[in-house]
Design a protein around this ligand. Structure first.
Ligand SMILES: C[S@@+](CC[C@H](N)C(=O)[O-])C[C@H]1O[C@@H](n2cnc3c(N)ncnc32)[C@H](O)[C@@H]1O
Length: 204
């Protein structure tokens, strides 16, 4: 799987562009800067944007090429990010270390997603934010009409409101919605998509 992502990123262009995801930008801009973790961050579009707003950014991804391109983007935008080539199991952050964790198009099957979310929640401070955007279980309809919109091909890597409600039941939900959006993110997310958006806070 890592080879798939290294191959995707092994081109000069940024696969999902250099601009942040729109929902990420909207939610992040409503929060006071602090420490943020970006799991599976890819080529760094969201990390670099967060750093430009004054966040102390921590990010990881298992793709070495993603790391190289994120580092290059951070240099280009003259910001600092702490980016590790790693998977979640290799991280060593103390509990309640982060003010925010944002998962943007991070797709795993149920057996991996739920334990991952559980582990990530431990790393969020009380009062801290968790937010995400991911393709929904209804997305294959749009993917078939227009493959350029991208998204996982395996149904169990797609999300729905029930799955996220269960994973994040310990959080105070601010938004949990399924939405039709028009993605325009680099070469690989282009067109009408069905996404799930979540924004919640850990109770004080
Ligand atoms: C669709 S991309 C999204 C990248 C980024 N979040 C964004 O929105 O631009 C999914 C990312 O997940 C990463 N990934 C997949 N499985 C992973 C794993 N087990 N550990 C770390 N990263 C992983 C891939 O390398 C890829 O960069």
């Amino acid at each position: 799987m890592k080879e798939f992502w290294n191959q995707r990123y092994n081109q000069e262009a940024y696969a999902y562009g250099k601009a942040p995801n729109i929902y990420f930008k909207k939610v992040l801009s409503s929060l006071e800067p602090g420490k943020i973790l970006l799991p599976a961050e890819g080529e760094g579009r969201n990390a670099v944007f967060a750093a430009s707003l004054g966040w102390e950014v921590y990010a990881y991804d298992f793709s070495e090429i993603a790391f190289q391109k994120a580092t290059q983007l951070a240099q280009e935008k003259k910001v600092t990010i702490n980016y590790q080539i790693a998977s979640l199991s290799e991280l060593d952050f103390s509990p309640e270390f982060f003010d925010a964790i944002a998962l943007i198009y991070v797709h795993f099957p149920d057996t991996v997603r739920t334990p991952n979310h559980c582990k990530l929640l431990e790393m969020v401070k009380k009062g801290g934010a968790v937010f995400m955007e991911a393709f929904s279980s209804n997305h294959p309809f749009y993917q078939k009409q227009n493959p350029a919109v991208g998204g996982p091909k395996m149904p169990d890597q797609l999300y729905n409101i029930t799955k996220l409600k269960n994973d994040f039941e310990s959080l105070q939900t601010i938004n949990l919605s399924e939405e039709i959006v028009h993605l325009k993110e680099g070469q690989y997310h282009n067109g009408k998509a069905s996404v799930i958006r979540f924004f919640g806070k850990k109770p004080l």
